[in-house]
Design a protein around this ligand. Structure first.
Ligand SMILES: *Cc1c(COP(=O)(O)O)cnc(C)c1O
Ligand SMILES: [Zn+2]
Length: 417
């Protein structure tokens, strides 16, 4: 038994039973994303901040009463969650802020936050006895599903744009997925994956479609709160592609408020590339994201390249309901953020993982963050995911290695003394 009371459509609020076999609201099709609802009163009766503190399981499954997963359900053996959050004193000093923490999701088993959702997908797929699980992805969700599925012997078919960074494709192939490289955008890969899963009856992990992915991703938000002893930060910066991570972070905050574990929500800031800024546009113009047409996305930050953010309703609510903001940052600033973040915190992130830092700089300049604010940056993926972009970023920063012959004179010459 879980504490789920039902699944509610984000558009019409119609509620489906907890064991609903579909993915989305039958009246609203693929836009009718469902939100998992819980009986917080019953959860709170046995699950408290104190019981949590006594739980030696440090993985994401420590929050299981707040998940659509039965207490005795088997979960994959890989250690998902429990990522460190570092006090980045040099970054805080540079920005003139009282506290900046960096949560390093690059430390996940497949090196991105997506492991939290994919672990959930594998549990749900196995619950349904699925033969095959599928997803479309810009790369990280795919790598996460492939790796976690491999850990339990679950078969997967994965759709990624052929342009995905090589490291991500290497992961898929190493983990043994059936890999479909689509000659097209992520959006086109997504549509093909949706058609194929309907045709073949595969379990579908797609972001902004499968309602349980948010419930996995929110564990990052719960960890942030627990690490800070339930003293919420003032602001959390999250990079946004489909908008599922930011929705998950918001869900964590709402869960914690509902349980009385925190009494105010942090302001949530969604950071997008200027080349993939659908939600920033909608935030600025007040356009309804349900009817706003897709844009044509193009950014170096492949993980947040989205023509039409699939989870845009939850993504917009995360910002508007917490008094945050959507901000766009140019690709050059995203790239520049890679070495700055690495040098100021020790965390080496891929472009989408460094983008929140660029967003924080913009927010500080615009007066959206003040010097006494305590700020969390979510570094969503490892820098090793996209070495080509990392090399571009250090070249742009003017960082060059010294190239020398193997003797001390040559070294001294290179050092100029
Ligand atoms: C997926 C991803 C994002 C964006 O998450 P969305 O849920 O698509 O908004 C950001 N950073 C990294 C590294 C990702 O893999
Ligand atoms: Zn509906």
């Amino acid at each position: 038994m879980t504490f789920v009371t039902g699944l509610t459509c984000v558009i019409c609020h119609k509620t489906y039973p907890a064991d609903y076999a579909g993915y989305v609201c039958s009246d609203h099709g693929n836009e009718g994303i469902l939100d998992v609802r819980y009986d917080y009163e019953r959860i709170g009766a046995t699950f408290t901040r104190d019981t949590l503190a006594g739980n030696r399981d440090r993985t994401m499954w420590r929050y299981r009463p707040l998940m659509p997963v039965a207490p005795d359900a088997a979960v994959p053996p890989l250690t998902v969650g429990a990522t460190p959050m570092y006090d980045a004193t040099p970054l805080a000093a540079t920005l003139g802020l009282s506290k900046v923490w960096v949560k390093d999701e690059g430390r996940q088993p497949t090196a991105s936050l997506k492991d939290r959702a994919s672990a959930m997908a594998v549990v749900k797929a196995q619950e349904r006895g699925a033969d095959i699980v599928t997803t479309a992805s810009t790369g990280n969700a795919a790598a996460a599903l492939a790796g976690i599925a491999a850990s339990v012997g679950q078969r997967t078919v994965i759709f990624v744009p052929a342009s995905a960074p090589e490291a991500k494709i290497a992961q898929l192939l190493a983990y043994g997925s059936t890999v479909v490289l689509v000659n097209g955008t992520y959006g086109e890969a997504f549509d093909l994956c949706m058609e194929a899963s309907a045709e073949y009856g595969w379990y579908n992990r797609n972001t902004g479609y499968n309602p349980f992915m948010t419930e996995g991703k929110k564990t990052a938000g719960l960890e942030i709160l627990e690490d800070l002893k339930w003293e919420p930060p003032d602001a959390i910066f999250v990079s946004v592609g489909d908008g599922s991570i930011i929705g998950g972070i918001h869900k964590a905050m709402k869960d914690a408020v509902a349980l009385g574990w925190i009494h105010r929500q942090p302001r949530i800031f969604g950071i997008q590339s200027a080349g993939s800024d659908y939600l920033v546009q909608a935030f600025e113009s007040g356009e309804d994201v349900l009817t706003k047409p897709p844009i044509s996305a193009d950014t170096v930050a492949d993980s947040i390249s989205a023509d039409l953010p699939r989870d845009r309703i939850k993504a917009m609510a995360a910002v508007t309901e917490t008094g945050g903001s959507y901000l766009r940052v140019p690709d050059a600033e995203i790239l520049a953020a890679i070495p700055t973040l690495a040098r100021g915190s020790g965390v080496f992130a891929e472009p989408a993982g460094a983008a929140p830092y660029a967003g924080l700089v913009a927010a500080t300049e615009q007066g959206l963050v003040s010097s006494d604010d305590r700020v969390v940056l979510l570094a969503t993926g490892s820098g090793l995911k996209d070495v080509a972009s990392a090399m571009k970023s250090v070249a742009a920063a003017g960082t060059k290695p010294l190239r020398v012959d193997p003797n001390l004179d040559a070294l001294k010459a290179a050092f100029n003394n």
